[in-house]
Design a protein around this ligand. Structure first.
Ligand code: AMP
Ligand code: ZN
Length: 115
């Protein structure tokens, strides 16, 4: 399958790993949008949030648990961070293997700059 994140999981594409267990993997984003920018992915190939089936729901908890660990590991647990999932065209999703961005390390600004 031609999926860059599946290739990272199998090791044929390199990544800077932060955390891994049997269900999930976390690594540094190659083009960071903040001083701390990690990606957290399930090892199972699921394309988008829309494709998360009943049997996959525990994986979402596993990802949040990994986010806690990654935030501690990267020193942003106390200062704070944002966890983002992009789903589909309007979100700007470019990699169709579900992933969560963990951003932090500096104030991220409001979601709505006009507010
Ligand atoms: P999204 O727009 O939510 O699909 O975001 C995909 C993210 O994957 C972007 O922030 C990219 O910088 C990141 N990315 C793409 N290829 C790699 C890679 N080989 N290693 C690490 N991050 C990557
Ligand atoms: Zn994949």
């Amino acid at each position: 399958m031609d999926c860059i994140f599946c290739k990272i999981i199998e090791g044929s594409v390199p990544s800077k790993k932060i955390y891994e267990n049997d269900k999930v993997l976390a690594f540094h984003d190659i083009q960071p949008a903040a001083p701390v920018h990690a990606l957290i992915i399930p090892k199972k190939h699921i394309e988008t949030m829309n494709d998360v089936a009943e049997e996959d729901l525990s994986l979402i908890g596993d990802i949040h648990q990994a986010a806690q660990i990654v935030a501690k590991e990267l020193g942003v647990a106390e200062s704070g961070y944002r966890l983002i999932n992009n789903c589909g065209k309007h979100s700007g999703q470019i990699v169709f293997h579900i992933h969560y961005h963990l951003l932090g390390g500096a104030p991220l600004g409001p979601l709505n700059p006009q507010a």
